[in-house]
Design a protein around this ligand. Structure first.
Ligand code: NAD
Length: 479
């Protein structure tokens, strides 16, 4: 067995792992990064964020061309070359993962292709891609092994008709009738892609609405568009059984009254959440504590119950988002390099890249209500935005949650095109402790959607330029 000594071993080269490895190398540590893929990137680059956003861009082009009919411009229905589309998407992935490989080399990070498990608190055993085994002794380690799709009982069989998000990203064909199970991030994003490409999409969601946990006023705007895009939405419904037959997938759906219906689909995509990758890692040998749902327990410095071992990203809990993992990875690297830092973000933004996008950061109305936080909600409807009108997208909404005592901005929620870009200003406002007056007095470029943040702040004082609303200070948090 080969033997390697390193100061820091990072297991998993997704956003959490590569961000940690690069930061540690920048701080002068000797770093070894281990992953089974040819280059760093993880689920996000190879099978998640990046390929889905490439395909959502194409979906956006198709949907925008359809909407242009409202402004008097009509196009022929698109001719879709799935092979070429797939090659373009794969090129984007190759370009970015190759770039990360280069960045690892430039930083002299040793990249090892294989799967690692702890032998004890100071060493790992790595099954190398070629079949050999390697022993790695480390001073410190970071676990950044991410998560995998949660499987749904009754749908755990192999069939080309049954897709995970990874399969769905391959766009092998465009099913005439697609079932999407789960009305969360993935179900909505992938459902949007397939609907734009021409599939008739039925979405089933276990709870009473799309994106459970997200403020309802934001979701309402998305739902209206999804109603027009998908063939049907079935709430409080789940899959009881699913069988692949010659003429399609025979699916028995059951609602909350146990009423059953059988439907036939060409393909189904199951997206009902994600599970942390914490099994097969030898955590017990390193005596690392996990909670009852499999998440590794860490403190604010990302340190596990084993002093020499840290953990970041999806393996340590919600929200399972790449940018949270990157932040935690960088913090862990700094702690290991001896800096006195901790991961204590005031706001972790979340974005659902649908059409329209939904984005939020900091406190939500749902959380405010649950925690009994006294806050005022101030809204700017995009019906009053000049820029939204020029885009034909006046249905959006920007809102701020403001501390009743000092008008400090505690949370921001946006629904509309480019909400994912706009939320960054909200994150900065929350992190910098800005109040509504700060935001309302900051000159925003006109005409842009970013003005909706400024005007939402002005609306708190009843003096937003673009719409008239008498002063109202007791807007209650919604359920
Ligand atoms: P999710 O938690 O966002 O949504 C899963 C949905 O499935 C929920 O609405 C849930 O109520 C529903 N559900 C669960 N069991 C069901 C059942 N038996 N029948 C019908 N519905 C059921 O999970 P996801 O969409 O799989 O995404 C997983 C994670 O990946 C997300 O939580 C997110 O952290 C991450 N992600 C993020 C992005 C992004 O940042 N834009 C995109 C994709 C994924």
């Amino acid at each position: 067995m080969n033997q390697l000594d390193t100061q820091l071993a990072v297991i998993g080269a997704g956003p959490g792992g590569y961000a940690a490895a690069f930061m540690a190398a920048d701080l002068g540590l000797k770093v070894t990064l281990i992953d089974s893929q040819p280059n760093p990137g993880g689920v996000c680059l190879y099978r998640g964020c990046i390929p889905s956003k490439a395909l959502l861009h194409i979906a956006g082009v198709i949907l925008a061309s359809q909407q242009a009919g409202e402004q008097g411009i009509t196009f022929q229905p698109p001719h879709i070359d799935t092979a070429k589309l797939g090659r373009w998407k794969n090129d984007v992935v190759d370009q970015l993962t190759g770039g990360l490989g280069q960045l690892a080399k430039q930083r002299r990070v040793t990249y090892i292709r294989g799967t690692a498990a702890f032998s004890d608190r100071r060493s790992l055993r790595v099954n190398l891609k070629g079949g050999d085994t390697q022993k790695i002794s480390f001073e410190k380690a970071i676990i950044a092994t991410g998560s995998r799709a949660t499987s749904l009982p009754g749908t755990m069989f192999q069939s080309e008709r049954l897709m995970t998000a990874t399969d769905a990203l391959e766009i092998q064909s465009i099913p005439a009738k697609l079932l999407v199970v789960g009305g969360g991030y993935i179900g909505l994003e992938m459902g949007t892609i397939y609907a734009a490409l021409g599939s008739r999409v039925t979405l089933v969601e276990m709870t009473g609405g799309l994106l459970p946990g997200v403020d309802r006023d934001l979701v309402r705007v998305l739902k209206k568009r999804i109603d027009g895009l998908f063939e049907s939405l079935l709430f409080e419904t789940t899959v009881k059984t699913m069988k692949a037959q010659k003429n399609g997938l025979h699916v028995v759906l059951s609602d909350n009254q146990d009423k059953e219906q059988t439907r036939i689909f060409d393909q189904a995509l199951v997206a009902v959440g994600r599970t942390p990758n914490t099994t097969d890692l030898g955590l017990e040998k390193a005596r690392i504590d996990v909670d009852e749902t499999g998440f590794i327990q860490v403190d604010h410095r990302q340190q596990t119950s084993a002093q020499s071992i840290f953990a970041v990203g999806d393996v340590v809990g919600e929200p399972m988002l790449a940018h949270k993992a990157i932040h935690e990875g960088r913090v862990a690297a700094e702690v290991i390099a001896g800096r006195k830092v901790a991961s204590e973000p005031a706001a972790i933004p979340a974005v659902v890249f649908t059409d329209p996008e939904i984005a939020w950061a900091g406190l939500t109305e749902m959380e405010a209500k649950k925690r009994g936080v006294d806050c005022t909600v101030t809204r700017f409807p995009w019906g009053a935005s000049g820029r939204a009108a020029t885009l034909g997208r006046s249905d959006g909404l920007t809102k701020l949650l403001v501390d009743q005592r000092n008008e400090q901005i505690l949370g921001v929620g946006i629904v509309g095109p480019d909400a994912g870009e706009l939320i960054a200003a909200g994150v900065l406002a929350i992190e910098m402790g800005a109040n509504a007056t700060d935001l309302g007095l900051s000159i925003h470029p006109h005409p842009t959607l970013s003005e909706t943040l400024m005007e939402a702040a002005q609306a708190l004082h009843g003096n937003a330029t673009s719409f008239y609303r008498p002063l109202k200070r007791d807007s209650k948090a919604e359920t």
